[in-house]
Design a protein around this ligand. Sequence first.
Ligand SMILES: O=C(O)c1ccccc1NCC(=O)[C@H](O)[C@H](O)COP(=O)(O)O
Length: 211
Amino acid sequence: MAQVKICGLREQAHVAVALDAGARYLGFVFFPKSPRAVSAVQAAELASQVPAGIARVGLFVDPDDALLQTVLNEAPLDLIQLHGDESPQRVAEVKSRFGLPVMKAVGIATPEDMSALTDYGLVADMLLVDAKPAGDAILPGGNGLAFDWRLLAGRHWLKPWMLAGGLTPGNVAEAVRLTKAPCVDVSSGVESARGQKDAGLIRDFIAAAEG
Ligand SMILES: O=C(O)c1ccccc1NCC(=O)[C@H](O)[C@H](O)COP(=O)(O)O
């Protein structure tokens, strides 16, 4: 049984469905190139119906301090997700400057990518282990792309972590079984079209992840 983060929410109805179905983390994307992007004001509205104990996650890609401050002034966030090329030093800086826990996304494609999990595990509060995007990808995440989950089998984790990348209602149970992930993150796998969340798929995914 794994906890669930639903990422890329843009509509109140889908926030309500995710909460009702048992999601523990809700992700809001602050990356203008994304079809899932929301403004700080939109995120504040979406976050307003989220009860205590459910983490509101702000997803940023190589944000500068001004963007982080602008969003945080408007929208109450519980966790900052850094999904770009932020260095370990930048992760530490964001943590101390904004006083919020930071989850760093690490892209995995081959065994050579695994060392980054150790490097970022030393500074981040949480890791999001995602598929490394193709070289020509417009988005650094949210591409519905999976990686070889066997790379994670038997790994000893020093920090809390989530599994992401190409998860769907149909494969999430197998992914959790292989990796022992305590938490799973999904965006494309609960969409009927790119950027369009689907209530039925959200419910199916959470039910499958919870086993
Ligand atoms: O979702 C986006 O549009 C996005 C844009 C920029 C950086 C990351 C983005 N999404 C990350 C995620 O939604 C998930 O954390 C993860 O990558 C899994 O996505 P998916 O494979 O689509 O389930």
